[in-house]
Design a protein. Sequence first.
Length: 296
Amino acid sequence: MNSVVNIIYHMYDQDLKRYVGDYDKFTEVFEMQKSQQEAAYRRQQQEIADLKDFVARNKARVSTRNMAMSRQKKLDKMDLIEKPTEKPKPTFNFLQGGLSGKMIFETKDLVIGYDEPLSQPINIMMERGQKIVIEGANGIGKTTLLKSIMGLIPGISGKAELGDSLELGYFEQEMTGDGDNTCLEEIWQEFPGYSQYEVRSALSKCGLTTKHIESKVRVLSGGEQAKVRLCKLINRKSNILILDEPTNHLDVDAKDELKRALKEYKGSILMVCHEPDFYDGLATDVIDLSEYTTRL
Ligand SMILES: Nc1ncnc2c1ncn2[C@@H]1O[C@H](COP(=O)(O)OP(=O)(O)OP(=O)(O)O)[C@@H](O)[C@H]1O
Ligand SMILES: [Mg+2]
């Protein structure tokens, strides 16, 4: 794998830097530039402290005031070097599966719920190419509806039928499991055929830093965990995505990129989402589940 020439784009603060070479080379160059910027930042901070100190000690005395003023001018004119932080921008390109059947799913008088019905009978259907958004208040049954459609839980009555040749990618609302794996292990488990290089590069493309990649999933933030789960989703072929509030913990960059990728996606999408800004220009249909609720 080391001989493979790869181009990895990595956002490092505001500068887009281009790295040509294999992953080790990429890491090496990235780390080197990072430590150079850190050194420059530290040097400048020290210089600022020295100048301020000089000004404070000398501005009051007539004999040294001019020197103090010129140091102050230097301070005022200084271009500040920002403290380096790692802010890699994600790219989410979904692997496209084969063509699904025309019908994706159809519900026939489906009543969802656990002990009590959460909904009136629901009759909806989805065809290939649709990008449907489901909205509705918290606790109304959106997640339950997705699970009932997929057949993961039974409905109270009625039925949900899935179409043919579906390659389904499911993004759950919350992380499952104890998160005791590192991100590396988590992706390796999902794609055992990947080399270490491929696992690291897949995670890095989703906006995770080397530090995150080697950490246990459990200790990551909600947004970082979502990126690990998206990493699994995008790298497995699908022709229907079922997404349960995928933007919940994502930062602005990740949201923008996810929207771009979902607009480009050629398969069908069924997504729970509360954010019109996110689904405008992406959804072909919006279903308000409150219209079916028993809880009004
Ligand atoms: N396994 C379960 N057993 C019993 N009741 C459940 C179960 N899971 C969810 N519920 C209840 O069913 C109702 C609907 O839950 P669901 O998670 O589908 O709502 P939701 O619309 O997805 O909410 P949110 O917007 O918060 O994600 C809630 O009142 C919830 O407490
Ligand atoms: Mg939910």
